[in-house]
Write a protein that binds this ligand. Structure first.
Ligand SMILES: C[S@@+](CC[C@H](N)C(=O)[O-])C[C@H]1O[C@@H](n2cnc3c(N)ncnc32)[C@H](O)[C@@H]1O
Length: 156
């Protein structure tokens, strides 16, 4: 949740009416914020503290954008949303094959036609720890569940 200021600050012409920031932030599970390095200060920041920082920061930059910062998993949040709802999605959550596959599947009905589904951490090297992102993404493109737009090399 800690890169959110870029989403609202650099949105420019694409500034959203409404922005949802979703992170379960549960300590002790594989994908908890505690396991995500500098995001939760290497486990020293609690879920509540990270949530508070993200909420405060996003309020500072949001301008007219209405923002909800939710402590929730994508797998519980996305199915609750109406169909044809999102203009733009950024996936940067589990980095696991199953997680991304599940997100991409449910999103097919949740995004509007022509919406952009972006994600972080595309790694073509199959030996990379986050290689599952590219695998799940490529498979969805091969199945023609999504149309390709662009892939950019991940920075790390
Ligand atoms: C690499 S961090 C990215 C954080 C954020 N995108 C940013 O740039 O500040 C991955 C985050 O995904 C969260 N996460 C893990 N599993 C998730 C899930 N199923 N649904 C939503 N978020 C999840 C983790 O708690 C972690 O904070």
């Amino acid at each position: 949740m800690r890169g959110e200021k870029d989403v609202v600050n650099k949105g420019g012409a694409a500034r959203p009416k409404k922005l949802y920031l979703i992170d379960p932030g549960e300590k002790g599970t594989r994908h908890s914020i505690a396991d995500w390095g500098f995001y939760p200060d290497h486990g020293r920041l609690s879920t509540a503290a990270v949530h508070q920082v993200a909420s405060k920061r996003v309020q500072r930059y949001r301008q007219e954008t209405q923002v909800e910062v939710l402590v929730e998993y994508s797998k519980t949040f996305l199915p609750k949303m109406p169909d044809n709802h999102f203009d733009w999605i950024c996936l940067d959550s589990t980095h696991s094959y199953e997680g991304i596959r599940a997100e991409l599947l449910v999103l097919r009905t949740k995004v509007k036609s022509g919406a952009i589904v972006a994600g972080d951490g595309w790694q073509d090297d199959p030996a990379h720890p986050h290689a599952s992102t590219a695998k799940a993404g490529s498979e969805a493109l091969e199945r023609r569940e999504y149309d390709p737009l662009v892939t950019l090399p991940a920075l790390k």
